[in-house]
Design a protein around this ligand. Sequence first.
Ligand SMILES: Cc1cc2nc3c(=O)[nH]c(=O)nc-3n(C[C@H](O)[C@H](O)[C@H](O)COP(=O)(O)O)c2cc1C
Length: 169
Amino acid sequence: MAIDAETLNRVLWKIPNVLCLIGSRSGDQWNGMTASWVTQVSMEPVLVAVSVDVSAVTNRLIREGGIFSVNLWDRDDTRTFVKFSKPAQKSEMALNGRPIREGVTGVPVFTEAVAWIECTVWQTVECGTHDLFIGEVVDAGFREDVEDPVVARMEDTRMKYGGVKRGGL
Ligand SMILES: Cc1cc2nc3c(=O)[nH]c(=O)nc-3n(C[C@H](O)[C@H](O)[C@H](O)COP(=O)(O)O)c2cc1C
């Protein structure tokens, strides 16, 4: 490659991304995961995709369960994302102490999310280190007390995700 890893990282980190929580579930195993590689990829059908590391618990749960939720978060509460960058603890109907409800597909939806999208897996594309889960949207909405929320993005934190795999090109 005609580019060094550091420059490529700095360029790729400039791509604006949302910062959200992905809910997943397989049977009685539930999880929430911090994610930034999320985007809409089709209008008809309405498809939303998330790219998940092949070694993440979330990857296995989405593969097994065939469902996931995208939970958009309040821009002023980015500390939550630190907690969800390792497998979440479930107690009653909460993950890492954040309340959840069961969506129409059975997937966990965070009740504090300012907006949420629930998907069934439409297609899975293997992309090297990650699997791109393309989901068909089956339900979506806003938290009742918010109308037009401002959602968290990568630039709201000092966290970075993406670029080249640790160790270089
Ligand atoms: C800011 C930030 C953004 C992240 N974005 C993603 C992402 O888009 N896809 C992904 O697979 N992991 C992403 N991660 C890493 C996961 O949150 C992390 O690997 C987590 O441990 C995987 O969770 P799980 O094993 O509980 O499923 C991100 C982490 C941080 C801190």
